[in-house]
Design a protein around this ligand. Structure first.
Ligand code: UT7
Length: 329
């Protein structure tokens, strides 16, 4: 019998420290009004000094496991998407999370696809399950973006937040309860739109040409390319699956900027009831933004088993992707 991948559970973890826009007014030439008007963001949450990305991820993963009805020992594979790993190159954040969950002798690895991380994770999980390589996969988008922010750069530091989202993807024979389609793509010729040079020998040359070692972004160019790409990506996945926007219960775009979400939502004729917006609360949490938003509608009781969800993301690389799935929780 053909195997399909089912998103069985969703969960998130939000750090406790809530940072209002007004905090940035103290040290930067910015204002609550500018940030709200240009981005929609009102607050974001920052992890404590002691909390690493793996600590955020593990909290989300524990709840996702509990909600799935599986034990950590049932998980065959752990994959983490992050742009802010605990360690620069190794060990992977996935290995650290596996260890903290007590998962041993199972494969674990990270992927580096920035804000499109969760869509790439779904794509991998779907492929592994449909090929019968693994049965139960734990996917996690976890970010301590605050650890790579330049707090003197008003063009970036006000935009991002920390957090984690996790999901258990499991094998099913019921197509109507599965991940129907995932599309991922990238164009590295835009690699300098968003990047984080860090202190490695390899990046010494790059650092000479950079103003700092922290996250840098060509905001306006990224904004324009993002809107264009997100719209065409959604149109393509809907068309390929012969689904109209009215059939979608929830459209969950990557939460980078309210103006991007509104432009994409309006162009695609989604109603305000369909579009899930959390950027005002959490800011841009990169790979965690989509699962955190999905968890918000789950916890508020809006998301029901079988609902048709459309996901869409765009981020550094540049990378992008979209997914159509029935919620299986
Ligand atoms: O998650 C991955 C994908 N990320 C995105 O998609 C983010 C895309 N970009 C954006 O969300 C927006 O481009 C920003 C919010 C970053 C900036 O908004 P914008 O409307 O594109 O503004 P801009 O970059 O064209 O800058 C307009 C002005 C500039 O001042 P001047 O040169 O006109 O004097 C900026 O220096 O706004 C200034 N500015 C700020 N002013 C007050 C930039 N950041 C701030 C700030 N407070 N925080």
């Amino acid at each position: 019998m053909k195997k399909y991948a089912c998103l069985k559970s969703i969960a998130s973890y939000i750090p406790t420290r809530c940072v209002k826009n007004s905090e940035f007014e103290k040290s930067l030439d910015t204002s609550d009004e500018w940030i709200r008007k240009r981005t929609g963001i009102q607050t974001r949450y920052f992890a404590s000094k002691e909390q690493n990305t793996s600590d955020l991820g593990v909290e989300a993963a524990k709840v996702a496991l509990e909600r799935s009805g599986f034990q950590a020992s049932d998980i065959d594979l752990v994959i983490v998407a992050t742009l802010s790993p605990d360690y620069l190159n190794m060990p992977s954040t996935a290995c650290l999370i596996s260890a903290k969950l007590g998962i041993r002798n199972k494969p674990a690895f990270d992927i580096s696809t920035a804000c499109s991380g969760f869509i790439y994770l779904l794509s991998l999980a779907k492929a592994f399950i449909e090929s019968d390589a693994y049965k139960n996969i734990l996917i996690i988008g976890a970010e301590k973006v605050s650890s790579v922010l330049d707090f003197t750069d008003r063009g970036t530091c006000v935009l991002f937040g920390d957090g984690a989202g996790a999901a258990v993807i499991t094998s099913t024979t019921d197509k109507n309860n599965s991940i129907l389609d995932v599309h991922i793509s990238a164009d590295g010729s835009y690699h300098d739109f968003l990047f984080t040079p860090r202190a490695t020998r390899q990046s010494e040359f790059m650092q000479e040409n950079c103003i700092s070692q922290y996250l840098q972004m060509k905001g306006n160019e990224t904004f324009k390319l993002g809107v264009k790409t997100l719209i065409s990506d959604v149109e393509e996945i809907l068309q390929r699956n012969n689904i109209s926007s009215t059939q979608v219960d929830f459209f969950i775009p990557h939460q980078a900027n309210l103006r991007i979400i509104s432009a994409v939502g309006e162009q695609l004729n989604f109603t305000s009831e369909q579009v899930v917006i959390t950027v005002q609360k959490y800011g841009n949490t990169s790979a965690a933004s989509i699962p955190m938003a999905m968890n918000d509608i789950y916890e508020s009781g809006k998301l029901k088993n079988g609902d048709l969800i459309l996901l869409d993301a765009f981020g550094g690389g540049v990378t992008w992707g979209s997914a159509l799935l029935h919620f299986g929780g």
